[in-house]
Design a protein around this ligand. Structure first.
Ligand code: SF4
Length: 115
């Protein structure tokens, strides 16, 4: 049975399809050079003392980043099912659940893009 959570993750995987042909190296350069947390991360973020779930923390950390999809695509390729931390506006648990849905999209598995 497909759950609401599955539908949410499938929607994200579909959204990332537009990046499936982007070279991994280019994604890395772009995210490292322009991602919000790479360029403007505050010393004392407003959420640092709040009691947040991992999902809420990811949403707060990445809010306003112009490269959420690029960061998420990059982490799914490089971290794969073993992904850790906050990347692409998602918690590690959510990304691990997203990973099999993402792998099924396009030609990722056949091309060897993902681990
Ligand atoms: S999506 Fe989040 S983790 Fe990725 S570069 Fe942007 S702020 Fe950083």
């Amino acid at each position: 049975m497909t759950t609401y959570n599955d539908l949410w993750l499938i929607g994200i995987a579909w959204r990332l399809d537009r990046l499936r042909w982007a070279p991994t190296e280019l994604l890395g350069v772009h995210v490292r050079g322009n991602g919000l947390c790479m360029t403007e991360f505050p010393d004392e973020p407003v959420w640092q003392d709040q009691c947040l779930t991992d999902r809420e923390l990811a949403g707060a950390m990445c809010q306003g980043c112009p490269l959420v999809d690029e960061c998420l695509e990059l982490e799914l390729r490089t971290g794969g099912a073993d992904t850790l931390g906050v990347w692409g506006g998602m918690s590690a648990d959510d990304r691990r659940e997203l990973h099999p849905h993402w792998l099924r999209r396009g030609e990722r598995a056949e091309r060897g893009v993902a681990r």
